[in-house]
Ligand binder design. Structure first.
Ligand code: 1CP
Length: 364
């Protein structure tokens, strides 16, 4: 493995391992993206997946928020997308402006069209290269997060052919072809395992699994279709890293909208950190997970449109909330939004959000 510059800010990793920290580490989901003028300038010159597939460009964009918010932001996340796994499975994905699949999976017979054995080094080696280059370029300023989409969320894109409001096609599969659906979900999960292990080998210091559409499933169906694949990923990653004598890295699960499952996820899903959306009070989440996992989140991203006063009041409340619960025991917490930042936010308001977290989270 490459020798990287020593890490100078380990707040994120300490909090992810459940340690109390002098203040909450903070980063922002989708922090390298369209709200940044420097991102839009580079994006105007290059197609979306061209950036993902060109390590120099992916590194540059990953570093943009780190440069702009130097000293205020505690993690970087590699610039890529969850849809690189469907691409590795042989599907065409366009970005215009949202994701679209010209040839989605219509029936279980279409699964035969997918690549049988995905060699992640061959298909996704460009992500690994970008990770290694980014770790070097970061010079140890903050840790680098690797990520992938969760099987249910990727399954939904592969069948819907893009985003959806109702998920009718993906759910038709679940309810009409449950066994075929489970088999496809596990096939995706196997690629997730190899992809995440490859990211750690390349230099990722924490891994996050995004189950963005978890909340579209009933609690029963989440437990039946998504949870087993999330367990499979955490177990598989840990096993493969151990087999190869590679130190384990913390793992975060962001199952958006699945707050009903927090207790089960904290008990034995195999993740160190659970990401929260804004639909649960931090103190209530603390009560549910006890001290078993660290928590991440959870300000409504739209508060960033509300002006400085709204941001400050909300951050202050959030900090107080994460301090409460679990009988007053302060547990580990990584400050973040409850979902990705959106394109219209003023980057100066983001700076204010970060400053407020620094100010009000002391003691975590
Ligand atoms: O034209 C553009 O520039 C496209 C905008 C964009 C960006 C900046 C897309 C298209 N993806 C990304 C980067 C991205 N996507 C990152 C980069 C690292 C970071 O800074 O965080 C990450 C982690 C993602 C993950 C991702 N992609 C998720 C999971 C997180 C979430 O927000 O729920 C999902 C669901 C996607 C799919 C996707 N890719 C892009 C868009 C617009 C979407 C969502 C579309 C939809 O609503 O279905």
């Amino acid at each position: 493995m490459t020798q990287f510059p020593p890490l100078r800010n380990d707040l994120l990793l300490r909090a992810a391992r459940g340690e109390k920290t002098e203040r909450a580490p903070v980063w922002i989901m989708r922090q390298a993206g369209r709200y940044l003028p420097e991102f839009r300038a580079l994006r105007a010159e290059h197609a979306f997946f061209e950036i993902c597939q060109t390590p120099e460009l992916a590194t540059e964009i990953t570093l943009q928020p780190i440069r702009r918010y130097s000293g205020l932001i505690d993690a970087s996340i590699i610039f890529s997308d969850i849809l690189v796994i469907p691409q590795a499975l042989g599907m065409e994905v366009l970005m215009n402006p949202g994701p679209s699949f010209p040839d989605p999976l219509s029936t279980p017979a279409d699964v035969d069209k997918l690549r049988q054995n995905v060699d992640v080094d061959k298909e996704l080696g460009y992500v690994f290269k970008a990770i290694t280059q980014t770790r070097i370029a970061l010079k140890g300023e903050v840790p680098l997060i690797g990520f992938c989409g969760a099987p249910w969320t990727l399954f939904a894109y592969m069948i819907e052919g893009g985003g959806s409001k109702t998920f009718t096609k993906a759910k038709t599969w679940l309810f009409k072809y449950p066994e075929e659906s489970k088999a496809l979900l596990l096939r995706i999960a196997d690629v997730c395992v190899d992809f995440l292990v490859g990211q750690v080998k390349a230099g990722a210091q924490l891994l996050q699994v995004f189950d963005s559409w978890a909340g579209e499933l009933s609690p029963h169906d989440f437990a039946l279709f998504s949870l087993p694949t999330l367990n499979h990923i955490s177990k598989g990653v840990h096993e493969k890293l151990r087999q190869q004598n590679i130190p384990l890295v913390p793992m975060t699960l962001f199952a958006k909208g699945a707050n009903h499952a927090l207790g089960d996820l904290a008990k034995d899903a195999g993740y160190d950190v659970l990401g929260l959306d804004w639909c649960i009070e931090p103190s209530a989440a603390r009560e549910i997970v006890k001290g078993k996992v660290a928590l991440q989140g959870n300000m409504d991203p739209n508060v960033l449109y509300g002006g400085r006063e709204a941001i400050e009041t909300t951050v202050k409340r959030m900090c107080e909330g994460f301090r409460q619960g679990n009988n007053g025991e302060v547990g580990a917490w990584i400050a973040n939004l409850g979902h990705g930042i959106t394109p219209g936010v003023d980057p100066e308001d983001v700076k204010w959000f970060l400053e407020c977290v620094h100010k009000y989270s002391a003691g975590h």
